[in-house]
Ligand binder design. Sequence first.
Ligand code: PMP
Ligand code: GLN
Length: 399
Amino acid sequence: MGMVSQRFAPFGTTVFAEMTALANAHGAVNLSQGFPDFDGPEFAKRAVERAMAEGRNQYGRMQGLPELNRALVGWWKRATGMEVDGETQVTVTAGCTEALAATFLGLINPGDEVILFEPYYDCYRAGVAMAGGVARTVRLRPPGAGEGADGIVRGAFEFDAEELKRAFTGRTRAIVVNTPNNPTGKVFTRAELGLIAELCVGHGVVAITDEVYERLTFNEDRPHVRLATLPGMSERTITLSSLGKTYSLTGWKTGWAIASRELSAAVRSAHQFLTFCSAIPMQMGAAEAIERGEEYVEGLRKQLGEARDYLAGVLARVGFRVFMPEGTYFIMVDHTPVSGGRSDVEFCRWLTTEVGVAAIPPSVFYDDAEGGRRLARFAFCKRMETLRAAAERLERLRK
Ligand code: PMP
Ligand code: GLN
Protein backbone atom coordinates (compact mmCIF):
# COMPACT_ATOMS: atom_id res chain seq x y z
CA MET A 1 0.00 0.00 0.00
CA GLY A 2 3.13 2.19 -0.09
CA MET A 3 1.87 4.63 -2.74
CA VAL A 4 -1.74 4.87 -1.57
CA SER A 5 -2.69 8.18 0.03
CA GLN A 6 -3.33 8.32 3.76
CA ARG A 7 -6.93 9.04 2.94
CA PHE A 8 -7.52 5.66 1.29
CA ALA A 9 -4.88 3.44 2.86
CA PRO A 10 -7.19 2.41 5.74
CA PHE A 11 -9.77 1.01 3.33
CA GLY A 12 -7.67 -1.51 1.39
CA THR A 13 -9.40 -3.27 -1.52
CA THR A 14 -13.19 -3.30 -1.45
CA VAL A 15 -14.66 -6.58 -0.26
CA PHE A 16 -16.75 -6.82 -3.45
CA ALA A 17 -13.74 -6.90 -5.76
CA GLU A 18 -11.99 -9.29 -3.43
CA MET A 19 -14.80 -11.82 -3.03
CA THR A 20 -15.80 -11.88 -6.70
CA ALA A 21 -12.17 -12.49 -7.68
CA LEU A 22 -11.95 -15.29 -5.11
CA ALA A 23 -15.23 -16.80 -6.36
CA ASN A 24 -14.01 -16.72 -9.95
CA ALA A 25 -10.62 -18.20 -9.08
CA HIS A 26 -12.31 -21.15 -7.34
CA GLY A 27 -15.28 -21.64 -9.65
CA ALA A 28 -17.65 -20.84 -6.77
CA VAL A 29 -21.30 -19.91 -7.21
CA ASN A 30 -20.99 -16.18 -6.59
CA LEU A 31 -23.60 -15.02 -4.06
CA SER A 32 -21.22 -12.33 -2.78
CA GLN A 33 -21.18 -9.11 -4.83
CA GLY A 34 -24.73 -8.00 -5.59
CA PHE A 35 -25.38 -8.17 -9.32
CA PRO A 36 -27.93 -10.22 -11.25
CA ASP A 37 -26.80 -13.10 -13.46
CA PHE A 38 -29.60 -12.21 -15.87
CA ASP A 39 -30.09 -9.22 -18.08
CA GLY A 40 -32.15 -6.04 -17.99
CA PRO A 41 -34.98 -5.28 -20.43
CA GLU A 42 -34.33 -5.59 -24.18
CA PHE A 43 -36.09 -2.33 -25.04
CA ALA A 44 -33.64 -0.39 -22.89
CA LYS A 45 -30.66 -2.02 -24.59
CA ARG A 46 -32.15 -1.17 -27.98
CA ALA A 47 -32.41 2.47 -26.89
CA VAL A 48 -28.66 2.55 -26.14
CA GLU A 49 -27.88 1.02 -29.55
CA ARG A 50 -30.11 3.59 -31.23
CA ALA A 51 -28.46 6.44 -29.33
CA MET A 52 -25.03 5.30 -30.50
CA ALA A 53 -26.16 4.78 -34.09
CA GLU A 54 -27.76 8.21 -34.12
CA GLY A 55 -24.53 9.87 -33.04
CA ARG A 56 -25.25 10.56 -29.39
CA ASN A 57 -21.61 9.88 -28.61
CA GLN A 58 -20.18 13.19 -27.41
CA TYR A 59 -20.30 14.89 -24.03
CA GLY A 60 -23.72 15.88 -22.84
CA ARG A 61 -24.96 18.40 -20.30
CA MET A 62 -23.30 18.36 -16.90
CA GLN A 63 -26.62 17.88 -15.05
CA GLY A 64 -27.81 15.05 -17.32
CA LEU A 65 -29.47 14.75 -20.72
CA PRO A 66 -32.82 16.52 -20.94
CA GLU A 67 -34.44 13.18 -21.86
CA LEU A 68 -33.28 11.55 -18.63
CA ASN A 69 -33.86 14.57 -16.41
CA ARG A 70 -37.44 14.68 -17.72
CA ALA A 71 -37.94 10.97 -17.16
CA LEU A 72 -36.72 11.37 -13.58
CA VAL A 73 -39.01 14.34 -12.94
CA GLY A 74 -41.91 12.17 -14.12
CA TRP A 75 -40.81 9.23 -11.97
CA TRP A 76 -40.41 11.44 -8.91
CA LYS A 77 -43.91 12.80 -9.40
CA ARG A 78 -45.36 9.29 -9.71
CA ALA A 79 -43.42 8.05 -6.68
CA THR A 80 -43.94 10.99 -4.32
CA GLY A 81 -46.56 13.28 -5.79
CA MET A 82 -43.94 16.04 -5.60
CA GLU A 83 -42.80 18.34 -8.39
CA VAL A 84 -39.13 19.03 -9.01
CA ASP A 85 -37.45 21.11 -11.67
CA GLY A 86 -35.33 18.82 -13.86
CA GLU A 87 -32.95 21.60 -14.81
CA THR A 88 -31.92 22.59 -11.29
CA GLN A 89 -32.98 19.76 -8.97
CA VAL A 90 -32.05 16.54 -10.78
CA THR A 91 -28.39 15.64 -11.36
CA VAL A 92 -27.39 12.56 -13.34
CA THR A 93 -24.22 10.80 -12.16
CA ALA A 94 -22.09 7.73 -12.90
CA GLY A 95 -24.11 5.40 -10.71
CA CYS A 96 -25.19 6.01 -7.15
CA THR A 97 -21.52 5.58 -6.21
CA GLU A 98 -20.61 8.83 -7.89
CA ALA A 99 -23.74 10.51 -6.55
CA LEU A 100 -22.59 9.58 -3.05
CA ALA A 101 -19.05 10.81 -3.63
CA ALA A 102 -20.27 14.07 -5.19
CA THR A 103 -22.66 14.59 -2.29
CA PHE A 104 -20.01 14.04 0.38
CA LEU A 105 -17.43 16.16 -1.42
CA GLY A 106 -19.86 18.92 -2.29
CA LEU A 107 -21.54 19.13 1.09
CA ILE A 108 -19.11 18.20 3.85
CA ASN A 109 -16.45 20.49 5.29
CA PRO A 110 -13.40 19.08 7.06
CA GLY A 111 -14.34 18.17 10.61
CA ASP A 112 -18.09 17.98 9.91
CA GLU A 113 -19.75 14.94 11.42
CA VAL A 114 -21.78 12.52 9.33
CA ILE A 115 -24.01 9.93 10.97
CA LEU A 116 -24.01 6.45 9.42
CA PHE A 117 -26.11 3.47 10.41
CA GLU A 118 -23.86 0.48 10.97
CA PRO A 119 -23.47 -1.93 9.20
CA TYR A 120 -23.00 0.58 6.39
CA TYR A 121 -22.42 0.11 2.68
CA ASP A 122 -18.64 0.39 2.49
CA CYS A 123 -18.34 3.42 0.23
CA TYR A 124 -20.06 5.72 2.76
CA ARG A 125 -17.18 5.53 5.14
CA ALA A 126 -14.62 6.08 2.41
CA GLY A 127 -16.74 8.92 1.02
CA VAL A 128 -16.89 10.70 4.35
CA ALA A 129 -13.12 10.29 4.68
CA MET A 130 -12.60 11.66 1.15
CA ALA A 131 -14.37 14.82 2.22
CA GLY A 132 -12.41 15.10 5.48
CA GLY A 133 -15.54 14.47 7.52
CA VAL A 134 -15.89 12.45 10.70
CA ALA A 135 -18.23 9.45 10.69
CA ARG A 136 -20.35 8.67 13.75
CA THR A 137 -22.14 5.36 13.73
CA VAL A 138 -25.45 4.18 15.09
CA ARG A 139 -25.84 0.42 15.29
CA LEU A 140 -28.59 -1.56 13.58
CA ARG A 141 -29.01 -4.66 15.72
CA PRO A 142 -30.35 -8.00 14.51
CA PRO A 143 -33.67 -9.09 15.99
CA GLY A 144 -33.05 -11.18 19.08
CA ALA A 145 -36.15 -13.32 18.85
CA GLY A 146 -38.92 -14.11 16.42
CA GLU A 147 -37.50 -17.31 14.99
CA GLY A 148 -40.15 -19.41 13.26
CA ALA A 149 -40.40 -23.19 13.22
CA ASP A 150 -38.58 -23.04 9.87
CA GLY A 151 -35.52 -21.44 11.54
CA ILE A 152 -36.12 -18.11 9.84
CA VAL A 153 -36.21 -14.92 11.92
CA ARG A 154 -38.88 -12.51 10.74
CA GLY A 155 -38.33 -9.13 12.28
CA ALA A 156 -36.14 -6.27 11.20
CA PHE A 157 -32.76 -5.00 12.36
CA GLU A 158 -33.40 -2.06 14.69
CA PHE A 159 -31.62 0.95 16.11
CA ASP A 160 -31.88 2.41 19.57
CA ALA A 161 -33.65 5.79 19.49
CA GLU A 162 -31.54 7.17 22.34
CA GLU A 163 -28.33 6.17 20.61
CA LEU A 164 -29.52 7.98 17.48
CA LYS A 165 -30.41 11.11 19.44
CA ARG A 166 -26.99 11.12 21.09
CA ALA A 167 -25.29 10.89 17.70
CA PHE A 168 -26.63 14.33 16.72
CA THR A 169 -24.19 17.00 17.96
CA GLY A 170 -23.49 20.64 17.20
CA ARG A 171 -21.09 19.45 14.47
CA THR A 172 -23.44 17.09 12.63
CA ARG A 173 -23.75 18.11 9.00
CA ALA A 174 -25.53 15.10 7.55
CA ILE A 175 -27.00 11.66 8.15
CA VAL A 176 -26.99 8.86 5.59
CA VAL A 177 -30.10 6.70 5.46
CA ASN A 178 -30.02 3.66 3.19
CA THR A 179 -33.47 2.15 2.88
CA PRO A 180 -34.13 -0.58 1.82
CA ASN A 181 -30.87 -1.32 3.60
CA ASN A 182 -27.79 -3.11 2.34
CA PRO A 183 -26.64 -5.40 3.95
CA THR A 184 -29.39 -5.95 6.57
CA GLY A 185 -32.42 -6.10 4.25
CA LYS A 186 -34.23 -3.70 6.57
CA VAL A 187 -36.89 -1.35 5.24
CA PHE A 188 -37.07 1.66 7.56
CA THR A 189 -40.60 2.29 8.87
CA ARG A 190 -42.44 5.58 8.63
CA ALA A 191 -42.11 5.95 12.42
CA GLU A 192 -38.34 5.42 12.33
CA LEU A 193 -37.99 7.88 9.47
CA GLY A 194 -40.23 10.28 11.38
CA LEU A 195 -37.77 10.33 14.27
CA ILE A 196 -34.85 10.83 11.88
CA ALA A 197 -36.73 13.68 10.21
CA GLU A 198 -37.52 15.33 13.53
CA LEU A 199 -33.85 15.19 14.54
CA CYS A 200 -32.70 16.53 11.17
CA VAL A 201 -35.11 19.46 11.36
CA GLY A 202 -34.28 20.12 15.02
CA HIS A 203 -30.52 20.15 14.43
CA GLY A 204 -30.42 21.68 10.94
CA VAL A 205 -28.96 18.49 9.48
CA VAL A 206 -29.07 17.35 5.84
CA ALA A 207 -30.33 13.83 5.09
CA ILE A 208 -28.63 11.87 2.34
CA THR A 209 -30.80 8.92 1.36
CA ASP A 210 -29.52 6.00 -0.67
CA GLU A 211 -32.57 4.42 -2.25
CA VAL A 212 -31.03 2.16 -4.89
CA TYR A 213 -33.27 -0.72 -3.71
CA GLU A 214 -36.40 1.48 -3.62
CA ARG A 215 -38.37 -0.88 -5.88
CA LEU A 216 -37.16 -4.12 -4.31
CA THR A 217 -39.43 -4.59 -1.28
CA PHE A 218 -41.25 -7.83 -0.55
CA ASN A 219 -43.57 -7.27 2.41
CA GLU A 220 -46.85 -5.43 1.88
CA ASP A 221 -46.72 -4.12 5.45
CA ARG A 222 -43.24 -2.63 4.94
CA PRO A 223 -43.53 -0.38 1.91
CA HIS A 224 -40.62 1.87 0.95
CA VAL A 225 -41.09 5.33 2.48
CA ARG A 226 -39.08 8.24 1.09
CA LEU A 227 -37.62 10.50 3.76
CA ALA A 228 -37.94 13.47 1.40
CA THR A 229 -41.75 13.20 1.63
CA LEU A 230 -41.88 13.69 5.41
CA PRO A 231 -42.76 17.12 6.86
CA GLY A 232 -39.87 19.57 6.64
CA MET A 233 -37.67 17.15 4.72
CA SER A 234 -38.02 18.01 1.03
CA GLU A 235 -35.76 21.03 1.55
CA ARG A 236 -33.13 19.13 3.47
CA THR A 237 -32.95 15.73 1.78
CA ILE A 238 -30.70 14.64 -1.07
CA THR A 239 -32.30 11.52 -2.52
CA LEU A 240 -29.86 9.29 -4.37
CA SER A 241 -30.66 6.30 -6.51
CA SER A 242 -29.65 4.53 -9.69
CA LEU A 243 -30.77 2.35 -12.53
CA GLY A 244 -28.74 -0.75 -11.65
CA LYS A 245 -30.88 -2.66 -9.16
CA THR A 246 -34.31 -1.65 -10.39
CA TYR A 247 -33.68 -2.67 -13.99
CA SER A 248 -30.93 -5.31 -13.56
CA LEU A 249 -28.44 -3.06 -15.36
CA THR A 250 -25.76 -2.65 -12.71
CA GLY A 251 -23.01 -2.29 -15.31
CA TRP A 252 -24.59 0.80 -16.86
CA LYS A 253 -23.54 2.88 -13.85
CA THR A 254 -26.24 5.49 -14.31
CA GLY A 255 -27.46 7.18 -11.14
CA TRP A 256 -28.89 10.47 -9.92
CA ALA A 257 -29.42 12.92 -7.10
CA ILE A 258 -32.74 14.69 -6.51
CA ALA A 259 -32.71 17.63 -4.09
CA SER A 260 -33.55 21.29 -3.61
CA ARG A 261 -31.85 23.79 -5.89
CA GLU A 262 -29.33 24.69 -3.14
CA LEU A 263 -28.45 21.12 -2.24
CA SER A 264 -28.26 20.18 -5.92
CA ALA A 265 -25.77 23.01 -6.41
CA ALA A 266 -23.60 21.40 -3.71
CA VAL A 267 -23.77 18.00 -5.43
CA ARG A 268 -23.00 19.55 -8.82
CA SER A 269 -20.04 21.52 -7.47
CA ALA A 270 -18.25 18.19 -7.08
CA HIS A 271 -19.93 16.22 -9.89
CA GLN A 272 -18.64 18.66 -12.52
CA PHE A 273 -15.06 17.80 -11.53
CA LEU A 274 -15.53 14.10 -10.84
CA THR A 275 -17.01 12.99 -14.16
CA PHE A 276 -18.69 16.11 -15.61
CA CYS A 277 -21.25 13.81 -17.23
CA SER A 278 -21.92 10.08 -17.24
CA ALA A 279 -21.97 7.90 -20.40
CA ILE A 280 -24.44 9.48 -22.83
CA PRO A 281 -25.86 6.39 -24.63
CA MET A 282 -26.55 4.82 -21.23
CA GLN A 283 -28.45 7.94 -20.19
CA MET A 284 -30.69 7.48 -23.24
CA GLY A 285 -31.24 3.84 -22.29
CA ALA A 286 -31.95 4.86 -18.71
CA ALA A 287 -34.63 7.33 -19.82
CA GLU A 288 -36.29 4.56 -21.82
CA ALA A 289 -36.10 2.10 -18.92
CA ILE A 290 -37.69 4.56 -16.51
CA GLU A 291 -40.48 5.53 -18.90
CA ARG A 292 -41.37 2.06 -20.16
CA GLY A 293 -40.09 -0.24 -17.45
CA GLU A 294 -43.01 -0.66 -15.02
CA GLU A 295 -43.91 -4.12 -16.22
CA TYR A 296 -40.29 -5.21 -16.03
CA VAL A 297 -39.93 -3.92 -12.48
CA GLU A 298 -43.09 -5.67 -11.29
CA GLY A 299 -41.90 -8.93 -12.84
CA LEU A 300 -38.48 -8.55 -11.25
CA ARG A 301 -39.93 -7.91 -7.82
CA LYS A 302 -42.01 -11.06 -8.05
CA GLN A 303 -39.05 -13.11 -9.30
CA LEU A 304 -36.78 -11.80 -6.53
CA GLY A 305 -39.45 -12.42 -3.90
CA GLU A 306 -39.50 -16.08 -4.94
CA ALA A 307 -35.69 -16.20 -5.01
CA ARG A 308 -35.59 -14.72 -1.51
CA ASP A 309 -38.00 -17.30 -0.11
CA TYR A 310 -36.12 -20.14 -1.80
CA LEU A 311 -32.65 -19.11 -0.63
CA ALA A 312 -33.85 -18.28 2.89
CA GLY A 313 -35.32 -21.79 3.10
CA VAL A 314 -32.10 -23.38 1.85
CA LEU A 315 -29.94 -21.42 4.30
CA ALA A 316 -32.23 -22.20 7.24
CA ARG A 317 -32.32 -25.94 6.42
CA VAL A 318 -28.54 -26.04 6.33
CA GLY A 319 -28.54 -24.64 9.86
CA PHE A 320 -27.90 -20.91 9.60
CA ARG A 321 -29.96 -18.47 11.64
CA VAL A 322 -31.59 -16.55 8.80
CA PHE A 323 -32.74 -12.93 9.10
CA MET A 324 -35.49 -12.59 6.51
CA PRO A 325 -34.95 -9.37 4.51
CA GLU A 326 -37.89 -7.04 3.84
CA GLY A 327 -36.13 -5.53 0.83
CA THR A 328 -32.92 -5.43 -1.27
CA TYR A 329 -31.53 -8.62 -2.72
CA PHE A 330 -29.46 -9.77 0.21
CA ILE A 331 -30.00 -12.18 3.10
CA MET A 332 -28.02 -11.85 6.31
CA VAL A 333 -27.45 -14.94 8.41
CA ASP A 334 -25.78 -15.74 11.69
CA HIS A 335 -23.28 -18.31 10.44
CA THR A 336 -22.07 -19.51 13.84
CA PRO A 337 -24.47 -22.48 14.21
CA VAL A 338 -22.75 -23.87 11.10
CA SER A 339 -19.22 -22.49 11.40
CA GLY A 340 -18.48 -22.90 15.08
CA GLY A 341 -16.36 -20.06 16.29
CA ARG A 342 -14.86 -18.91 13.01
CA SER A 343 -14.85 -15.22 12.08
CA ASP A 344 -16.99 -14.05 9.17
CA VAL A 345 -13.91 -13.46 7.04
CA GLU A 346 -12.54 -16.94 7.71
CA PHE A 347 -15.93 -18.50 7.19
CA CYS A 348 -16.75 -16.70 3.93
CA ARG A 349 -13.32 -17.45 2.47
CA TRP A 350 -13.62 -21.10 3.47
CA LEU A 351 -17.14 -21.31 2.07
CA THR A 352 -15.92 -19.88 -1.23
CA THR A 353 -12.80 -21.99 -1.65
CA GLU A 354 -13.91 -25.27 -0.05
CA VAL A 355 -17.68 -25.43 -0.46
CA GLY A 356 -17.90 -23.45 -3.68
CA VAL A 357 -20.39 -20.75 -2.65
CA ALA A 358 -19.22 -17.16 -2.17
CA ALA A 359 -20.76 -14.80 0.40
CA ILE A 360 -19.76 -11.41 1.80
CA PRO A 361 -18.20 -11.15 5.27
CA PRO A 362 -20.03 -8.13 6.75
CA SER A 363 -17.40 -7.12 9.32
CA VAL A 364 -16.03 -4.63 6.77
CA PHE A 365 -19.30 -2.74 7.19
CA TYR A 366 -18.55 -2.09 10.87
CA ASP A 367 -16.05 0.25 12.54
CA ASP A 368 -15.34 -2.53 14.99
CA ALA A 369 -15.04 -5.77 12.99
CA GLU A 370 -16.41 -7.63 15.99
CA GLY A 371 -19.88 -6.28 15.12
CA GLY A 372 -20.07 -8.41 11.98
CA ARG A 373 -18.07 -11.41 13.10
CA ARG A 374 -21.06 -13.76 13.40
CA LEU A 375 -22.71 -12.64 10.14
CA ALA A 376 -22.56 -13.53 6.45
CA ARG A 377 -24.42 -11.92 3.53
CA PHE A 378 -25.82 -13.92 0.59
CA ALA A 379 -27.17 -12.33 -2.62
CA PHE A 380 -30.28 -13.85 -4.19
CA CYS A 381 -30.45 -11.75 -7.39
CA LYS A 382 -29.71 -14.89 -9.40
CA ARG A 383 -31.48 -17.29 -11.73
CA MET A 384 -33.17 -20.22 -9.99
CA GLU A 385 -30.70 -22.63 -11.57
CA THR A 386 -27.83 -20.67 -10.01
CA LEU A 387 -29.52 -20.72 -6.60
CA ARG A 388 -30.19 -24.45 -6.97
CA ALA A 389 -26.51 -25.03 -7.77
CA ALA A 390 -25.60 -23.09 -4.62
CA ALA A 391 -28.16 -25.11 -2.63
CA GLU A 392 -26.61 -28.39 -3.77
CA ARG A 393 -23.21 -27.31 -2.55
CA LEU A 394 -24.53 -25.85 0.70
CA GLU A 395 -26.20 -29.20 1.48
CA ARG A 396 -22.72 -30.42 2.42
CA LEU A 397 -22.83 -28.15 5.47
CA ARG A 398 -25.86 -29.86 6.92
CA LYS A 399 -24.96 -31.45 10.21
N1 PMP B 1 -25.67 2.06 -2.55
C1 PMP B 1 -25.93 0.81 -2.16
C2 PMP B 1 -26.61 0.59 -0.86
C3 PMP B 1 -25.56 -0.26 -2.96
O1 PMP B 1 -25.82 -1.51 -2.56
C4 PMP B 1 -24.92 0.00 -4.18
C5 PMP B 1 -24.45 -1.07 -5.06
N2 PMP B 1 -24.70 -2.03 -5.28
C6 PMP B 1 -24.66 1.32 -4.54
C7 PMP B 1 -25.05 2.33 -3.71
C8 PMP B 1 -23.94 1.67 -5.80
O2 PMP B 1 -24.81 1.83 -6.86
P1 PMP B 1 -24.29 2.08 -8.34
O3 PMP B 1 -23.92 0.76 -8.89
O4 PMP B 1 -25.43 2.71 -9.02
O5 PMP B 1 -23.11 2.97 -8.26
N1 GLN C 1 -23.64 -2.91 -4.04
C1 GLN C 1 -23.08 -4.17 -4.41
C2 GLN C 1 -23.17 -5.09 -3.22
O1 GLN C 1 -23.48 -4.67 -2.14
C3 GLN C 1 -21.66 -4.05 -4.82
C4 GLN C 1 -21.30 -2.93 -5.69
C5 GLN C 1 -19.84 -2.83 -5.88
O2 GLN C 1 -19.21 -3.83 -6.22
N2 GLN C 1 -19.27 -1.71 -5.66
O3 GLN C 1 -22.90 -6.24 -3.37
